[in-house]
Design a protein. Structure first.
Length: 149
């Protein structure tokens, strides 16, 4: 018998609970509104709790909020230790990434697939601050990424 659905959102590689909905019997139906979504891609998952205390998690689901035609992006975790996951919005177009160290050297880069999780291995990098450059059809945005070991 179901007890509740707990909604979590990705935040620095964790899924803090942003709300809970009491289950109605054994039905897998609920309604929940995120009152403060990011104006970008939001990654959610449910924790389904049974009355006996057992629970299970759903797969992560991506929901995009923002202006029509705007390219959004999320990357996590930050700080990172092993890998960084980059999820560009689903608008399409040419999307390239570059990971740059403090000396301005490009350490990695390549094409990203829009609407999917792209993984960058950072396990061999020394701890420090790096720049993650995302180029979408000539529109370049730069993000600060912290690596810790």
């Amino acid at each position: 018998m179901l007890q509740s659905f707990r909604v979590g959102i990705v935040s620095e590689s964790r899924y803090p609970c942003i709300g809970s909905v009491t289950a109605q019997g054994n039905a897998y139906a609920y309604t929940f509104w995120d009152r403060q979504p990011l104006s970008a891609i939001n990654l959610y998952r449910l924790k389904i709790v049974e009355w006996d205390g057992t629970y299970s998690y759903t797969p992560v689901r991506m929901i995009r909020f923002g202006k029509q035609g705007e390219q959004s992006l999320i990357f996590y975790p930050n700080p990172a230790t092993q890998q960084v996951i980059i999820v560009p919005g689903s608008r399409g177009g040419q999307i390239q990434d570059e990971l740059v160290n403090a000396a301005g050297q490009v350490l990695s880069g390549g094409a990203l697939l829009s609407g999917t999780a792209n993984h960058i291995d950072v396990s061999t990098l020394v701890s420090g601050t790096y720049l993650l450059k995302i180029n979408t059809d000539g529109d370049v945005k730069v993000y600060r990424l912290q690596i810790i070991h």
